[in-house]
Ligand binder design. Structure first.
Ligand SMILES: Nc1ncnc2c1ncn2[C@@H]1O[C@H](COP(=O)(O)OS(=O)(=O)O)[C@@H](OP(=O)(O)O)[C@H]1O
Length: 348
């Protein structure tokens, strides 16, 4: 294997997010494969974007980023190894300028996007942020997002406030045309890392505009939960890295789940739980009817975006979307009652 510096790209692949879609589990599973090396040895470089209505950091010095990749390449080269160097940052997805920046670093970059049922993703982020008491925080020097002004620990109240703010923002964005309208639309979604970050289509299309379809792999948390070995093989084939024979134990653990937050935390195997497939309760939401109404509002809010993903999948541009999503967000599903209601009884 030619491991000389000139023959290798600056970076081989990027897992760009989305945050709260199972990125910690994927990161832990892939780390078993010693041919994969995460840039700077970490999850979350935050090199070009961080969350909380942050204006992205795509103007960060690229030479500094390149220096880091060269240090990693040099240490691996010293061992005569060709590793596949990846940037694992779950906030590079909801970031208008990130694809162009990553493309500068490697036009042949393999991009991996992980998605998850958007209502469950939004709720997962909300539960985590309430528990951490960071829901209203903003990054220093950054403009506040809609969430910064929603002073509540109730999911139902939060949905009410943020969906209203986002809809008003979108109305202004849509009064513009073409690329400007698309950019302003992404800005509206970026302003809320709970609900806005669950609107996936604009950000998927943003990556597809910059990279050929075959360089962008979309995977789904529900598929990772159901068939981890198949999804891992799909990811490895996409990166082009030799396959690692993961054991059932390697992939049987769920990381960073409610009840055991932290990128390095695994769900205790003596209390088998379903992680993100299970709805966590929020103490401030004792009124089940109000929660159901909020979930239904969100389902209707997300449906057009999810339907655009169905279209991309039907055109063969992205991986087939989990069948369950069609039953929840498909056009005919929107004519009936809320199929998510049955899933909300489980307590996390
Ligand atoms: N294999 C599997 N099966 C079921 N659920 C899973 C799995 N892997 C991750 N998860 C759920 O994904 C949520 C954590 O996502 P991330 O690791 O991307 O979060 S973070 O962005 O790094 O903070 C977190 O969701 P919540 O528990 O709803 O918070 C995890 O439980």
């Amino acid at each position: 294997v030619d491991v000389s510096a000139d023959s290798l790209p600056i970076i081989d692949f990027a897992l760009v997010g989305q945050q709260k879609c199972g990125t910690s589990s994927l990161w832990h599973y892939l780390r078993k494969n010693s041919d994969i090396y995460p840039l700077a040895g970490k999850k979350e470089t935050y090199a070009f974007c961080i969350d909380r209505a942050a204006v992205p950091r795509c103007d960060n010095l690229l030479q500094e980023y390149i220096d880091k990749t060269e240090r990693d390449r040099a240490s691996e080269r010293a061992q005569g190894r060709r590793v596949y160097l990846g940037d694992f940052t779950s906030t590079h997805f909801a970031c208008p300028c990130c694809p162009a920046t990553l493309k500068l670093l490697n036009p042949g970059l393999k991009v991996i996007i992980m998605l998850r049922d958007p209502v469950f993703r939004a709720h997962s982020r909300f539960v985590e942020q309430v528990q951490f008491r960071t829901l209203n925080h903003t990054q220093p020097g950054q403009p506040p997002g809609f969430n910064a002004r929603a002073n509540t620990t109730s999911f139902a109240a939060y949905v009410d406030w943020v969906v209203g703010q986002t809809e008003a923002c979108l109305q202004r964005a849509r009064a513009r045309e073409g690329a400007l309208a698309r950019r302003l639309t992404m800005e509206c979604y970026m302003r809320d890392h709970v609900i806005g970050f669950s609107v996936y289509d604009s950000f998927v299309l943003n990556y597809l505009e910059h990279f050929p379809d075959k360089q962008v792999l979309v995977v789904y948390m529900e598929d990772l939960a159901a068939e981890p070995l198949r999804v891992l093989a799909q990811v490895e084939a996409h990166i082009g890295v030799p396959h690692f024979p993961y054991s059932a134990d390697d992939v049987g653990t769920v990381f960073n789940a409610h009840g055991a937050y932290g990128w390095g935390h695994a769900l205790n195997s003596s209390h088998p739980r379903k992680g993100g497939l299970e709805w966590a309760s929020t103490p401030a939401d004792s009124n089940a009817t109000a929660v159901l109404a909020a979930v239904e509002r969100l389902r209707r809010f997300f449906a057009p975006s999810v339907q655009r993903l169905f279209a991309l999948a039907d055109e063969g541009r992205i991986t087939r979307v989990p069948q369950a999503w069609r039953a929840i967000y498909g056009k005919s599903a929107m004519l009936g009652g809320n199929p998510l209601a049955a899933l909300l009884s489980a307590k996390g």
